[in-house]
Design a protein around this ligand. Structure first.
Ligand code: ADP
Ligand code: MG
Length: 297
């Protein structure tokens, strides 16, 4: 069992130099306790295997120490990553490796790989992903968000409805300030699905407040099925929409995806669905219909 802080001997370096073999034996017996005190849980758990491997590879003491420390660092990094992924609240796991670029020729793979380096996040730039339903906007948001987490940035994923619902509630309950500052904290805020559902009348003003607060501080990744020219309809106010776009687009990258829904493409492949005569009815951006708020597909 792990010893408490008081029970664990803590010899000075002078004391260690004078240590008898029996003292060393006592230290070895307390190794688990010391590793606990130092919060080196991975070393404690893997110690036998690590020492055996170090001996098998005939590492010298310095090499063995580095080998053992590396195991702890890897484990702590893994823990940090999985906690940060949980905090980010991604709706599902999607990766860039899992994205079929051939299925969406309107996307430049080089541009996405460049975005995956997260330099734009480091610079506090924004990214706007536009395209009709099913073309991979949320997939790319999650994949790029995971890249940002892996690089040590704080990330939060939310939907436009959830975000604006929370801000409207904050305004009603007198907690707007707290909510605005909560959404201003992450280095990257991902706002999915702007434009799918009609917003409350005050939503545009609240969204503007958030975007102003994050302006040149942290990045926003926002996706929408509506082209930016239609955002005055989305926010129900031309002036507010222009002010939002002014800040959002100042330092920004825009990726516009044109093409068919990946979901329907898969169904079509399986013979479950036939495209309507004259092509896809989901052309949306880059195609003809639909400017009206579409139901989430
Ligand atoms: P959107 O957000 O644009 O409506 P999604 O990202 O939700 O679309 O994509 C719908 C589904 O299809 C998701 O499961 C997503 O992982 C998948 N998908 C979309 N595009 C691709 C693609 N090019 N390669 C692989 N999977 C894709
Ligand atoms: Mg989506």
């Amino acid at each position: 069992m792990a010893r408490t802080r008081q029970q664990t001997p803590a010899p000075s370096s002078a004391g260690l130099a004078a240590a008898e073999p029996a003292d060393i034996q006592r230290l070895v017996e307390d190794l688990d306790g010391m590793l606990n005190r130092l919060r080196l849980g991975a070393i404690r758990e893997q110690l036998d295997g690590l020492l055996e491997e170090a001996a098998r590879r005939q590492l010298n003491l310095r090499e063995a120490l580095a080998w053992i420390c590396a195991a702890e660092v890897a484990s702590k990094e893994q823990r940090r990553l999985s906690m940060a992924m949980t905090i980010a609240h991604f709706p599902f796991v999607r990766t860039l490796e899992g994205f079929e670029f051939e299925a969406q020729p309107s996307i430049d793979p080089g541009k996405i790989r460049d975005l995956a380096t997260c330099r734009w996040v480091a610079n506090g730039d924004n990214l706007v992903l536009l395209g009709p339903p099913g073309v991979g906007k949320t997939h790319l948001e999650v994949a790029l968000g995971r890249e940002a987490v892996a690089r040590g940035y704080t990330v939060q994923f939310t939907t436009a409805m959830e975000l604006l619902g929370s801000l409207v509630k904050g305004q009603q309950q007198g907690t707007l300030e707290a909510r605005l500052s909560q959404y201003s904290k992450p280095k990257l805020l991902i706002i999915d699905e702007l434009g799918y559902l009609p917003l409350e009348p005050q939503a545009g003003h609240l969204f503007f407040q958030l975007i102003s607060r994050r302006y040149e501080q942290g990045s926003v990744l926002i996706s929408s099925n509506r082209p930016v020219e239609e955002w005055d309809e989305v926010f129900g106010d031309q002036v507010v929409a222009a002010a939002i776009l002014d800040r959002l687009m100042h330092h920004s990258h825009v990726v516009t995806i044109r093409g068919d829904s990946y979901r329907l493409r898969e169904k079509r492949r399986a013979g479950l669905f036939r495209p309507p005569a004259g092509g896809s009815s989901l052309a949306g951006i880059g195609g003809v219909p639909p400017p009206t708020p579409a139901k989430k597909v």
